[in-house]
Design a protein around this ligand. Structure first.
Ligand SMILES: [Zn+2]
Ligand SMILES: [Zn+2]
Length: 392
C-alpha cells in the first residue's frame, strides 16, 4: 500500500541492510544519519516521490525545545501531499526549507507555498510552532499571495487556565502575559502579527503587499462542551473523533490525546482516496489515538527512549530535574509502548518521528518492532512514503 522513498543520494545503504530485518519485514529504503544536504542530493529521488499522487513527507523528525546540535534532524513537521495540494502538520524548526527540499513547492525565488491548502497544529508546545511565524510573515512573499483562496490553519484553542505548579517547585515563577497566559492558535497568530507590526505595516504600506489576514484563515478545533471538566485532572477523556476539515482531497478528523499538562493536545487523521495517515502529535499511550487510528495505512507516532531520560541527570536529581523527568516519562510514548499502540490500532505501517533524543542509534528505535506485526519505519528528515498506486 505504501513505499518508502529515499531522499538522499548519500544514504548509507550498508547500515540499512543491518536494520531492515528487525522491522517486521519492512523494505526500508531511507536516509540513515542524514548527511549535510548538498544541492542536488535531495533532488535525486524526487522523481520517485512524484510517481505517487499521494505521499507522506517527513520534514523534521526531532522532538523538543532544542536545536539538537550535532544532528541533522530539524524540528517536528510533516506533510501529506495529494497531487499538488499539500497539508502541513506542525511547524517545527526549519519546516519551510525542508518543505521546498521535499519538492512540495517550486524552488524558485519568491514562491513555493502555492499548493499549501491546510496547516494542522497539534498543540501549543514551541517545538511544534517555533517556525509558525515563518508561514505568517514570509508566506505572502513565498506563494500565498497568488493562491485563489486562503490557507486554512487549524489548531488548539486556549487551555483556559495556567498549568498547575509542579510539586517540585521551590518558588512561584512570574506569569508571562497574565491577561492571556495560555493563548490558543488564534490569539497566538494575532500576537505574531503584533510582534512583527513594524515589518508588516512597512510591507503593506510601502510595497503594497496584502494583509496576511486575507491569506491565512485560522480556526480553533472545538472540543465538545462539557467533555473536559478539568484539564488538570483528565485532559483527554474517551471521545469519538471530531470532524475538522474536508475538501476534494482529504477528510480530516481529530481527537484529544494525553500529553499532560497540555490541553488541548490533538492527533489528526487524514483520509484520502488512496489511503489514510494519522499523526499522533505528542502523547502518552492514548486509547483515543488508538480509536482514531483504527485500520489506518500509516501511523506517524512520537516516541521517547526511557533509557535516555534516565541518563539525563545525575542521581539524585534536583527538584527541577525531577519535574523534567516526570514530564518526559508521563507525557510521551516509550519505545516499548509505541509498537503496542500501532498493534492495537491495527495500522499497516508505523513511522516513528518526533524522536527523543534526536541522536539515538537506529537500532534502539527498532526495538519498537518487538510488539508490532506490521511494517516499522524509523523516520528521517525528507523521507517520503508513497501511498496507494504508483502512477508510472
Ligand atoms: Zn513535541
Ligand atoms: Zn509537546
Amino acid at each position: 500500500m505504501c513505499d518508502v522513498i529515499s531522499q538522499f543520494s548519500g544514504v548509507s545503504r550498508r547500515s540499512l541492510l543491518g536494520l531492515a530485518g528487525v522491522a517486521g519485514g519492512a523494505a526500508l529504503v531511507s536516509s540513515m544519519t542524514a548527511p549535510a544536504v548538498a544541492a542536488g542530493d535531495y533532488m535525486k529521488d524526487l522523481g520517485n516521490a512524484r510517481d505517487y499522487h499521494t505521499r507522506l513527507a517527513l520534514l523534521g523528525t526531532a522532538a523538543g525545545r532544542t536545536f539538537w546540535g550535532g544532528t541533522e534532524r530539524q524540528g517536528i513537521s510533516s506533510a501529506l501531499a495529494v497531487g499538488d495540494a499539500v497539508y502541513l502538520i506542525d511547524c517545527g524548526d526549519g519546516w519551510a526549507r525542508r518543505y521546498l527540499q521535499a519538492g512540495l513547492g517550486t524552488q524558485k525565488e519568491f514562491s513555493g507555498l502555492e499548493g499549501l491548502e491546510g496547516v494542522f497544529i497539534t498543540h501549543m508546545h514551541s517545538d511544534h510552532l517555533i517556525d509558525y511565524p515563518s508561514l505568517l510573515i514570509f508566506g505572502s512573499t513565498d506563494g500565498l499571495a497568488v493562491r485563489k483562496k486562503p490557507v486554512q490553519v487549524f489548531g488548539p484553542g486556549s487551555r483556559g487556565k495556567l498549568v498547575p505548579l509542579s510539586p517540585s517547585a521551590t518558588d512561584t515563577p512570574p506569569v508571562i502575559n497574565p491577561e492571556n497566559p495560555t493563548p490558543g492558535i488564534s490569539d497566538m497568530t494575532e500576537y505574531v502579527y503584533q510582534a512583527y507590526a513594524a515589518d508588516l505595516n512597512d510591507n503593506m504600506r510601502d510595497s503594497l503587499k496584502p494583509d496576511p489576514h486575507t491569506l491565512i484563515n485560522v480556526s480553533e478545533v472545538v472540543v465538545p462542551p462539557g467533555l473536559v471538566v478539568n484539564p488538570d485532572v483528565d485532559p483527554a477523556p474517551p471521545m469519538e473523533p471530531l470532524h475538522v476539515y474536508e475538501d476534494e482531497n482529504v477528510r480530516v478528523t481529530a481527537t484529544l490525546v494525553k500529553h499532560p499538562p497540555v490541553y488541548p493536545a490533538l492527533a489528526y487523521r487524514f483520509d484520502t482516496a488512496e489511503g489514510s495517515v494519522v499523526f499522533s502529535g505528542d502523547t502518552a499511550y492514548s486509547d483515543n489515538l488508538i480509536r482514531l487510528a483504527q485500520g489506518a495505512d500509516i501511523l506517524v507516532h512520537e516516541v521517547i527512549d526511557p533509557r535516555w531520560v534516565e541518563s539525563l541527570f545525575p542521581s539524585p536529581p534536583t527538584p527541577a530535574q525531577e519535574a523534567k523527568i516526570h514530564h518526559l516519562i508521563n507525557s510521551h510514548t516509550s519505545i516499548e509502548e509505541v509498537g503496542v499502540v500501532a498493534e492495537n490500532a491495527g495500522v499497516k505501517t508505523l513511522v516513528l518521528s518526533h524522536l527523543a533524543p534526536a541522536d539515538n542509534p537506529k537500532n534502539r528505535w527498532l526495538e519498537a518492532g518487538r510488539s508490532f506485526s506490521g511494517r516499522l519505519v524509523v523516520g528521517d528528515d525528507l523521507m517520503q512514503i508513497g501511498i496507494g498506486k504508483r502512477r508510472r
